[in-house]
Design a protein around this ligand. Structure first.
Ligand SMILES: [Zn+2]
Length: 282
């Protein structure tokens, strides 16, 4: 089957019409867009137990605190820093393809910052607040394509609202609440989300969240013209770094790189190869 024609109808002839169709057919909230090439389902409905607004506000606060801390330690890359410029350029290419995955992203104020640290780490908080640590760029000697795969993966966690889902599940379990309880008001868990402290930085996602972020990130990056093969080389580098890294392994402890992860990415590269080729032809 031609990758440009995922359905027998409405085969778009240009990137613009393709992207337009992609946007028009996108579902509400964090459902998978109708023209998505990778096979992921809708985001868990459980996440609705926590207010997205509250969580995004909490992320703004926590992100602000992290930046202030880095600035005080002179570890925040200033405007014009070459590695920061590089991250901004990659983000600018990825962001236009995010809204089909989550309509709220239309209103997000995306931010990308670089923090000087040996840690192999990167994240995107709810609402599009991204940080990379210099350790992940330097120790893994990432190419732009590989960096885009990490950024796409992290953006996907935010777009698919994995933190929101994880917090909803944790709180529901903690409170002994059962799914579907009519007594559960949105406000109750919303208030809890507001008092989460530093939890957003230490959240551990499930294996299925990781797989979901891998595939959505792969597609985002391919649509933005980044080579999908880099997803495989990236995780091979991650795997090699385990055990040999001098810095903290925060990212690797929450993102185990195993043969299963690499195999799944390899299987999905052909699904987005056409999107990548179309993007680089433009
Ligand atoms: Zn992840």
């Amino acid at each position: 089957m031609c990758l440009f024609c995922p359905t027998p109808v409405a085969a778009p002839s240009s990137l613009w019409s393709s992207r337009r169709a992609f946007l028009l057919l996108a579902g509400a909230g964090a459902a998978a867009p109708a023209l998505a090439q990778v096979d992921v389902g809708s985001a868990s409905s459980m996440r609705r137990l926590v207010s997205a607004e509250t969580l995004e506000q909490s992320a703004v606060q926590q992100y602000g605190q992290l930046l202030a801390q880095a600035r005080a330690q002179r570890a925040l890359a200033p405007a014009g820093h070459p590695q920061l410029e590089r991250l901004h350029a990659i983000a600018r290419r990825l962001i236009p393809f995010t809204t089909p995955w989550n309509d709220r992203a239309r209103h997000w104020r995306w931010e990308v910052n670089l923090i000087g640290s040996k840690q192999i780490n990167a994240f995107c908080m709810p609402g599009g607040k991204i940080a990379f640590y210099t350790g992940i760029l330097d120790q893994l000697k990432l190419t732009d394509d590989e960096t885009a795969m990490i950024m796409g993966h992290e953006m996907a966690h935010a777009l698919r609202e994995h933190a929101r889902e994880r917090i909803a599940k944790t709180q529901a379990t903690n409170l002994g609440l059962r799914l579907g309880s009519q007594l559960l008001g949105l406000g109750d868990l919303g208030n809890l989300a507001a008092s989460l402290g530093g939890q957003l930085l230490t959240l551990k996602f499930s294996r299925s969240d990781e797989s979901d972020a891998d595939l959505v990130g792969l597609e985002l990056a391919a649509r933005a013209g980044f080579n999908p093969a880099a997803a495989v080389s990236l995780w091979q580098k991650m795997g090699n770094a385990t055990g040999s890294s001098q810095g903290g392994l925060a990212f690797l402890s929450t993102h185990p790189s195993g043969p299963q992860r690499i195999r799944e990415l390899e299987q999905n590269v052909p699904k987005v190869q056409g999107l990548y080729e179309a993007a680089v032809r433009q």
